[in-house]
Design a protein around this ligand. Structure first.
Ligand SMILES: Nc1ncnc2c1ncn2[C@@H]1O[C@@H]2COP(=O)(O)O[C@H]2[C@H]1O
Ligand SMILES: [Zn+2]
Length: 466
């Protein structure tokens, strides 16, 4: 009690600050506990709250509400009632209360241990399940959607942390685990969750694919721990703060990012600079020499910039030259970095190489985002971008074109460089998926009238045309 007395106590009914409520260890108790009474939770009245930091378990605020007192003063009015209440009812009430307390005490003695054993069993089962899922992180059919559901939308943080532990990066770079976690949480939060495709789940998917490529023999045997660290951080951050529209849209709408990066690799430059901002803010690498930090930031940039799909042909022709002349030397730091760039590019657009079920999910997400941009462009009388027009495109048509023109050329060179079972599996899925889309290529997306609200500028324009 003495300890409690010294703790900061909030005044009655003053709202608990937001930052305190967001802490993990907040306990709040109410007039009827869901454990002991059938009263629905929303009917029970909150009586108080204790918040403590999950790390040090030290109570920060104790807050008690005066609910009971107020109820009593409403019921008791007038001296006579007060007298009757005091002489007859009060003893009865106090006997009743002590009975209730005894029952409550008995129940809590019997039930609480059972409840806490049950809770810890549930937690153990949950962590076992999570471990089972994460143990398959190196498999090409890894289900990142399942991981996301299991972690309640925290797949990017949990997957990347798991991989940092897997590669021993925390020990090798003497990383502060708290800073690392904070950095990853910030990265995850800087992705826009309302984007159908360019969100933290896509980043988790790319990071998992990157891990699969890092495990390929040619890379696993030669990459340094710094290459691995950069490969994972680049994959996790490569689309940071993506606005859900492409560069063309940003340039045409004279967005400030287009002006800032002079219409060149606008998005990729923004992702890179955002990643560097978070790295510096988190202090994750603050203990490393400044020259090493700068070099890492630069290499991070060149990995992220490699994902600019409009520059794919430059990278591909360079890759083909190396493969033809057979001059790639993995003991050469520049060559290793180039292979990391190619791995990053493959990881970014590998969704058509996944098993059909996963491939279909990604395709519908990316199409939704494209069509959303197209709808916005039409609404503002802009020219609708290729692949973004739901009136002339079908999901299957977009997929077949994307596979034929972008994915196949890249992955056939990658499998020439890394002729492994994984490459054969990916190429197998790619051709099966392309064949799977063919019968659907003439099916158009939902009619625009179902997407745009009635009376929008477009629906009236279409009416005029008719
Ligand atoms: N399944 C897909 N279908 C069509 N385009 C895709 C698909 N997957 C990725 N892309 C495009 O490829 C781009 C790669 O870089 P981004 O992730 O910035 O944006 C991606 C999309 O524009
Ligand atoms: Zn991406």
């Amino acid at each position: 009690m003495a300890v409690c007395y010294q703790l900061p106590v909030l005044a009655l009914d003053r709202p608990v600050p937001k930052h305190v409520l967001s802490r993990r260890g907040a306990i709040s108790f109410s007039s009827s506990s869901a454990l002991f009474s059938p009263t629905p939770r929303h009917l029970s009245k909150r009586r108080g709250a204790i918040s403590y930091d999950s790390a040090d378990q030290t109570a920060l605020f104790i807050r008690l509400l005066g609910e009971a007192k107020r109820t009593l003063s409403h019921t008791v009015s007038g001296t006579r009632v007060c007298f009757v209440f005091r002489s007859c009812l009060l003893p009865a009430v106090s006997v009743f209360t002590s009975c209730c307390l005894s029952v409550h005490f008995l129940l809590s003695q019997c039930l609480l241990p059972v409840v806490s054993v049950f809770t810890s069993c549930c937690l153990s089962v949950y962590f076992l399940l999570l471990q089972c899922v994460l143990q398959r992180v190196g498999c090409w059919d890894f289900d990142v959607f399942l991981l996301d559901r299991l972690t309640n939308g925290n797949s990017l943080v949990s997957l990347t942390l798991h991989l940092f532990v897997h590669y021993g990066l925390i020990r090798l770079f003497q990383l502060d685990v708290v800073k690392l976690r904070r950095f990853l949480v910030c990265v995850q939060e800087d992705y826009r969750s309302h984007n159908p495709y360019h969100n933290a789940l896509h980043a988790a998917d790319v990071t998992q694919a990157m891990h699969c490529f890092l495990r390929e023999p040619q890379l696993a045997e030669t990459l340094t721990s710094c290459d691995i660290l950069l490969g994972l951080v680049a994959a996790a951050t490569h689309d940071l703060d993506h606005p859900g529209v492409n560069q063309r849209f940003l340039v045409q709408t004279e967005h400030h990012l287009a002006a800032l990066y002079q219409n060149t690799s606008v998005l990729e430059n923004h992702h890179w600079k955002s990643a560097v901002g978070l790295l510096r803010e988190s202090g994750l690498l603050a203990h490393r020499p400044a020259s090493e930090r700068l070099k890492m930031e630069e290499r991070l940039g060149s990995l992220i910039l490699a994902t600019d799909i409009s520059r794919q042909n430059d990278y591909l022709s360079q890759f083909r030259c190396h493969l033809q002349s057979g001059d790639l030397r993995m003991d050469n730091a520049n060559h290793r970095h180039f292979i990391l760039q190619m791995a990053m590019k493959c990881a970014d657009i590998c969704n058509p190489c996944r098993p059909w079920r996963l491939c279909k999910l990604w395709s519908s997400k990316v199409t939704e985002e494209f069509f959303h941009q197209g709808d916005t462009e039409r609404k503002h009388n802009m020219e609708v971008s290729p692949m973004c027009d739901r009136q002339t495109n079908s999901m299957a048509k977009i997929q077949i074109d994307f596979i034929s023109n972008v994915v196949e050329p890249l992955f056939s060179e990658w499998s020439r460089f890394s002729a492994t079972p994984l490459s054969r599996v990916m190429m197998g899925h790619l051709s099966a998926n392309k064949a799977g889309w063919r019968p659907q290529r003439l099916v158009l997306a939902a009619p625009l009238s179902k997407v745009l609200p009635q009376g929008s500028s477009l629906s009236s324009r279409r009416g005029g045309d008719a």
